[in-house]
Design a protein around this ligand. Structure first.
Ligand SMILES: *[C@@H]1O[C@H](CO)[C@@H](O)[C@H](O)[C@H]1NC(C)=O
Ligand SMILES: *[C@@H]1O[C@H](CO)[C@@H](O)[C@H](O)[C@H]1NC(C)=O
Length: 399
């Protein structure tokens, strides 16, 4: 037994040495962040090995591991958790215990690049939000790509949201106090659903009070924004390649387009000069973020790829930053949470800046020294718990 433990320990130390990821300068909690990054590396390695051995796909390995890690989270004794099927969509509901009057509601859309995860991945965050906001949080288990490409995830989130607004009474929710939030891919879904509901306002449907996109992914038009250049190889979970793979899966495009995505040539020259380019222009960013860490030498776009994916790439429910100003202007007050060391940093800033320019109430919650998806480690990073607290405070001002 002892021999076994010693051998396992040696193996783990050697293994950790090879996958150990130091964190860049400026990390807020470097030791913990390195450990998390190493965890991601191990998952990547297992995915690669099992795909190479022909056992199962990289995506499925990642899904299993994230589901398993979701199971070990610590439940909070202040919230009651249940699962339901609403309008054919599975949801996980967190409700403050021992409260019998109606409460505000928050729809929540988890992240995972439209490809992995489920409400379990963000259970610590949604339960904490329920406790801090004193709200019923409904986390949607939407269908995932590539098995269910766009618009499956969007359709599920929209259907669940409509259902909750229409049947708020039954759920103990005040239909005039409903907000939307989500992280990463789910931050994009937050915007898509809010845009759909605010632009097609159905008089029967009470309006959304507030939205809280958390380091959202909002566009696949320009992969050469300053943060895309600066963080193309990480740190931690996200990289340009991963983003490109997520979007390719979600749009169900031919994976041979990966090369065009990586070189940012998936958009034709004429599109690059169109009004769509102006909606994600780096010139909209705060001046201090406009510097490129590497000169963006841009080759001409591949017309064939561009034509093939154009309709989806410019679809505002696929990529919310493609919306025109008149539509964006109809959004409710917005709390945008952004991480500094994140390839998606500029997507968040573009949203905040455009909304500000249009007179929409927007609060920016910016976390220096943190990476993409840091809220997932709310039980590990002290900064993540603070960020959830700040987000709850911001949302509650409008809810
Ligand atoms: C994951 O596994 C399931 C069941 O074996 C399979 O149907 C599905 O196609 C796999 N998905 C991916 C992306 O490999
Ligand atoms: C993807 O594109 C390649 C090269 O153009 C082509 O050979 C292949 O058949 C395409 N695959 C699919 C699934 O359309």
């Amino acid at each position: 037994m002892m021999k076994y433990i010693v051998m396992m320990s040696i193996f783990l130390v050697v293994f950790a040495y090879f996958v150990y990821k130091p964190f860049p300068k400026g990390a807020a909690e470097p030791w913990k962040q390195s450990m998390v990054a190493t965890g991601y590396e191990i998952v990547e390695l297992l995915g690669f090995v099992s795909e190479t051995l022909g056992l199962t796909s990289h995506i499925n390995v990642t899904r299993w591991i994230t589901t398993m890690s979701g199971l070990v989270f610590t439940a909070r004794n202040t919230v009651l958790v249940s699962e339901e099927l609403i309008d054919g969509v599975k949801v996980r509901i967190s409700r403050p215990k021992n409260v019998h009057h109606t409460l505000p509601g928050l729809m929540y859309f988890h992240g995972g690049g439209f490809v992995i995860c489920d409400p379990g991945c963000m259970a610590s965050v949604t339960d904490l939000l329920s406790e801090e906001l004193k709200a019923v949080v409904i986390s949607v288990d939407y269908r995932l790509a590539p098995e269910h490409p766009y618009p499956a995830a969007f359709d599920d989130c929209l259907a669940a949201t409509r259902h909750v607004i229409q049947h708020a009474d039954r759920l103990g929710i005040d239909k005039y106090r409903i907000g939307l939030a989500g992280d990463s891919a789910g931050g994009g879904l937050t915007l898509s659903v809010a845009l759909k509901l605010s632009s097609n306002l159905d008089p029967q449907l009470a309006p959304i009070k507030v939205i809280g996109p958390i380091y959202p992914g909002l566009q696949a038009f320009d992969f050469r924004l300053p943060s895309y250049i600066q963080f193309k190889d990480g740190p931690s979970l996200l990289s340009l390649r991963r983003m490109a793979m997520f979007y390719l899966n979600y749009m169900k495009a031919n994976t041979t387009y990966l090369t065009a995505f990586l070189s940012n040539t998936h958009v034709s020259k004429s599109l690059r000069q169109s009004v769509y380019a102006s909606r994600v222009s780096p010139k909209l960013l705060p001046p201090r973020l406009q510097t490129y860490s590497e000169a963006p030498e841009q080759q001409d776009g591949d017309e064939d790829v561009s034509n093939e994916i154009q309709s989806i790439l410019l679809d505002p429910f696929f990529a919310p930053l493609m919306s025109d100003d008149a539509t964006l202007k109809m959004l409710p007050p917005t709390c945008v949470l952004i991480a500094e060391l994140d390839i998606l940093r500029d997507d968040g800033f573009l949203l905040a800046e455009r909304l500000k320019g249009l007179g929409v109430q927007v609060q920016l919650l910016y976390y220096e020294g943190y990476e993409h998806a840091f809220l997932s480690f709310v039980d590990i990073y002290s900064g993540a718990a603070n960020a959830v607290h700040d987000l709850a405070k911001c949302l509650s001002q409008y809810l």
